[in-house]
Unconditional design. Structure first.
Length: 289
C-alpha cells in the first residue's frame, strides 16, 4: 500500500493521525468538563468551579466533592509524607481550621484518573517495546500506538484543567510552531544533526540530567523557580531532539529497504514522544503551581 510514497510521507500520515486522536480526546474531555460545570454535575469523578483569569476568560478548576453537613472532616498536608486530620463540628471550627491551613477532606476519590494513567503507561511502554524490535508487527504496533493516544488525550485535558486550559491552548500553538520549524530545518538537511556524535551525546547527557532532576522531585521539594527553569530547559532539549530525529528520518529515507510502513511507525513514534514531551515541558513552564 502506497509503496511509491516517501518515508517522511508515511511517517507524517501516522504521526498526524495519532496526534489528531490525542487532540480529539483532549477537546472532547474539555467540552465535557465545561458541560459538567454548567450543569453542576461530575465528569470523571470531578466537580468543576469556574473562575475568570487575568484575560477575562473562563478557567475551570476541578475538585472532589466534600461533605456538606456537620461534622466535616478536614486535613492539612505538613509535607509529602505527613497529613494531619481534624473534624469540624460547626462553622466556627471550620473557619478556625481554615486559618490554620486545613482544607476540606474530599468524599470521593479520582481512582478513574489513576486507572487511566496506568493504562496509558502500560500502552506507552508496550508501544516502545514493539517499535524497538527488529521485526515490527505493523497492526499490533498501530493498535498499541492508538490506545496510547486514546488514553493520553483525557490525561492531557486534566493537566490543562489543573493549570488554566487557556494557557494549555497557547502551549499547543507553541508546540505546533516549534514542530514545523524544527521539521523544516531538520529534514531540510541544512545541518547533519543526526550524523554528529557530539550533538547526539549532548542530547543524551542532557536528557539524563533532566530525568535525574525530575526523579529527585519525588524526594525533595524544589522552588517553583527551579522547576520552571528545568521545564524551559526540557522544552529546549526536546526541540533539539526534534531537529535530530527529523534529520534522522532524512538519512533513513535514502535507504530503499527502510521505506516501509513498519519503519514509518517507528519514526512516527519517535517524533510523537518528542512532541508530547515538548508539550508537557511547556505546560510545566507555564503552570502556576
Amino acid at each position: 500500500m502506497f509503496v511509491e510514497t516517501s518515508l517522511i510521507f508515511k511517517t507524517l500520515v501516522i504521526l498526524s493521525a495519532q496526534l489528531g486522536i490525542v487532540l480529539m480526546m483532549c477537546f472532547y474531555c474539555l467540552n465535557r468538563a465545561k458541560k459538567a460545570y454548567e450543569n453542576n454535575t461530575t465528569f470523571m469523578g470531578l466537580l468543576f468551579r469556574g473562575s475568570v483569569n487575568m484575560k477575562g476568560k473562563l478557567d475551570l478548576i476541578p475538585y472532589l466533592e466534600t461533605k456538606k453537613d456537620f461534622p466535616k472532616p478536614m486535613e492539612k498536608y505538613e509535607d509529602k509524607d505527613t497529613v494531619l486530620y481534624e473534624v469540624a463540628k460547626n462553622q466556627d471550627e471550620v473557619i478556625e481550621l481554615l486559618k490554620m491551613g486545613y482544607i476540606h477532606s474530599p468524599m470521593g476519590s479520582s481512582w478513574g484518573v489513576g486507572l487511566l494513567f496506568w493504562l496509558w503507561m502500560g500502552c506507552l511502554f508496550a508501544t516502545t517495546f514493539i517499535t524497538s524490535v527488529d521485526s515490527i508487527n505493523l497492526w499490533v504496533g498501530m493498535t498499541l500506538f492508538t490506545l496510547t493516544s486514546l488514553f493520553f488525550g483525557p490525561l492531557l485535558a486534566l493537566i490543562m484543567l489543573d493549570m488554566d486550559e487557556n494557557d494549555g491552548f497557547t502551549a499547543l500553538k507553541i508546540v505546533l510552531v516549534v514542530t514545523l520549524i524544527t521539521g523544516f530545518i531538520g529534514y531540510g538537511d541544512f545541518v547533519s544533526f543526526s550524523e554528529s556524535s557530539l550533538f547526539g551525546n549532548i542530547l543524551i547527557i542532557s536528557l539524563l540530567g533532566l530525568l535525574i532532576f525530575n526523579f529527585a522531585r519525588f524526594y525533595k521539594e524544589f522552588s517553583r523557580k527551579a522547576v520552571r527553569r528545568s521545564a524551559i530547559f526540557g522544552a529546549i532539549l526536546f526541540s533539539l531532539f526534534l531537529l535530530y530525529d527529523f534529520h534522522y528520518i532524512k538519512t533513513q529515507s535514502s535507504i530503499y529497504d527502510k521505506n516501509d510502513w513498519s519503519t514509518a511507525l517507528e519514526m512516527a513514534f519517535i517524533l510523537y514522544l518528542d512532541i508530547i514531551n515538548l508539550l508537557l515541558q511547556i505546560l510545566e513552564a507555564m503552570g502556576n503551581s
